[in-house]
Design a protein around this ligand. Structure first.
Ligand SMILES: [Zn+2]
Length: 317
């Protein structure tokens, strides 16, 4: 990644200052270890949720991700019927590239309510069940490593226990859960809050609400989408202060629009619009539908929003 002048030299990141054409401030080139994005729905025109996904298409997306510094990722499959999920999962599972660390299954066991459901199609949001998960995990050849679900959905707690017992991480997200339901999910073994501050109702009681519960749960990590559209800068700063950098994970939640010009893109069966400002919305609605963010830019945004040292932001990615 490139970074404006002013970055300090720290361990793990090497800098080189290059010339300053036209009298501009010198640019600093910073070399970082490979980044890990655990929520990426697609990239560079490729939608991992597309019915016509191929091994070659996945390879194109991984190459483009690598150019932004991401060397490992969890391709993310959102709420969809079993057949659509399994078609994508089979392609991802067959791909031999070590950049794929596994699959993140976001849904279908999410809140069916407008708001917390976000851009996940209501028709395919279903109760949690160990049997349904087993079928999906079989289709994915055992490659599902992370499941985002809503604790208040019927069957969620037994499924979290099953996931944890089988070595799959459980994450809380797209939820309207009551405090006790969140506490129960954490007791059952959930360890991550997926894109905290998004995937919840637009209007919430000031307290209690799921955001405070998840912020206050010290053992729970939080992922955040720091693109300047999903969360205001002050929210990012306050959340990372509460979670501490050690328990914060930067994710892109990128869709096919990332790394592409403004226009129309697909995620699963839905159309999204990438605006001139970089915001991705469900076509014809104001609702966010993933992002066009890249993790290198998320690092830069996090430094600007929080004032934390670059080294801390890099570690979060
Ligand atoms: Zn989501």
């Amino acid at each position: 990644m490139s970074h404006a002048n002013g970055a300090r030299r720290r361990s793990g990141a090497r800098e080189r200052v290059s010339g300053s054409p036209r009298g501009e401030a010198p640019r600093v080139r910073i070399e970082l270890p490979g980044l890990f994005d655990l929520q990426v729905n697609g990239f560079a025109g490729v939608d991992f949720n597309a019915p016509d996904l191929t091994i070659d298409r996945v390879g194109l997306a991984l190459d483009a991700l690598r150019a932004t510094g991401v060397t490992r990722c969890l391709p993310t499959l959102i709420t969809s019927p079993f057949d659509a999920f399994s078609a994508s999962a089979r392609v991802l599972a067959r791909h031999a590239d070590p950049a794929i660390a596994g699959i993140h299954m976001e849904g279908p066991y999410l809140s069916p309510e407008d708001g917390p459901r976000g851009a996940h199609p209501r028709a395919h949001a279903i109760p949690a069940s160990v049997d349904d998960f087993r079928r999906r995990q079989d289709a994915a050849d055992g490659r599902i490593r992370l499941v985002t679900l809503a604790p208040e959905v019927a069957g969620a707690l037994p499924l979290i226990e099953h996931l944890v017992a089988s070595g799959v991480r459980a994450a809380i997200g797209h939820t309207a859960a009551a405090p006790q339901q969140i506490a129960d999910a954490i007791s059952a073994g959930a360890t991550l809050a997926t894109h905290l501050g998004n995937g919840c109702a637009a209007m919430l009681p000031r307290h209690p609400n799921p955001i405070w519960e998840l912020l206050a749960a010290d053992a729970v990590f939080a992922s955040v989408i720091v693109d300047g559209h999903h969360l205001p800068a002050s929210t990012v700063k306050a959340m990372i202060r509460a979670k501490r950098p050690q328990h914060t994970i930067l994710v892109s939640d990128a869709i096919a629009a990332a790394g592409r010009p403004p226009g129309e893109y697909r995620i699963g069966g839905q159309t999204c619009t990438l605006g001139e400002d970089g915001r991705v919305s469900l076509a014809g609605t104001p609702y966010l539908a993933g992002s066009s963010l890249t993790l290198d830019r998320a690092i830069g945004n996090t430094v600007r929003f929080t004032g934390l040292p670059l080294e801390d932001a890099v570690a979060m990615a």
